[in-house]
Design a protein around this ligand. Structure first.
Ligand SMILES: Cc1cn([C@H]2C[C@H](O)[C@@H](COP(=O)(O)OP(=O)(O)O[C@H]3O[C@H](C)C(=O)[C@H](O)[C@H]3O)O2)c(=O)[nH]c1=O
Length: 183
């Protein structure tokens, strides 16, 4: 009922739940606690988030919450398309500072699991994109941190050629990886 594959950073997963299509459209179970847990996605999600971005080129991130309020994130797109990125910010990790990216869209119906210890961000690739995601701890502004999306030390290859980027003030002024409090 769900396909799960590890991305190049193996703790980051792509999930594709099964769609049941018919002449009306489709039905899909977009989360199933027992089935997801059987595939290693066993964290308890306590909060659902949703963001709407009017334009393509809206870039949100790179964000994370520090321990003890770190969050796992299960991200999907209700409308539109994004390029989603996870960055390993665990100092002791063999892949510290490395990133992985995945296109997620309402059409594909795919999802990404970004575990604790990773910074998360995305850029919208279509207008009127709606992103919905589950998190495994509540929002805690005191633990909320950001890393500069275009930090050359991370070197994310954002597919933003020809896009007018739109960032929040917070994101445009974020620190680079080395200047940030990490895991
Ligand atoms: C994240 C969050 C935010 N807020 C409030 C705080 C701000 O007044 C307002 C906008 O927050 P922010 O600019 O952080 O929203 P995004 O830029 O979409 O950030 C999110 O998108 C990136 C890609 C992420 O991975 C994070 O989960 C999250 O930080 O919503 C809340 O009330 N609760 C929350 O859980």
């Amino acid at each position: 009922m769900i396909e799960v594959r590890a991305l190049e950073l193996e703790d980051v997963l792509e999930i594709v739940p099964r769609k049941f299509g018919d002449e009306r459209g489709y039905f899909c179970e977009t989360y199933h606690r027992a089935r997801y847990a059987s595939q290693g996605i066993a964290m308890e999600f306590v909060q659902d988030n949703q963001s709407y971005s009017a334009q393509k080129g809206v870039l949100r991130g790179l964000h994370y919450q520090l321990p003890p309020r770190a969050q796992d994130k299960l991200v999907r797109v209700l409308k539109g398309r994004i390029y989603d990125v996870a960055v390993d910010i665990r100092r002791a990790s063999a892949t510290f500072g490395r990133w992985v990216g995945l296109e997620i869209s309402a059409a594909k119906g795919n999802q990404i699991l970004v575990p604790k210890g990773f910074a998360h961000g995305f850029v919208t690739l279509e207008e009127h994109t709606i992103v919905s995601y589950k998190v495994s701890d509540y929002y805690s502004p005191e633990h909320d941190c950001g890393i500069l999306y275009n930090d050359p030390e991370i070197g994310i290859d954002w597919p933003i050629m020809g896009l007018d980027l739109q960032l929040s003030k917070k994101d445009s002024e974020a620190s680079p990886l080395r200047g940030s409090e990490l895991f």
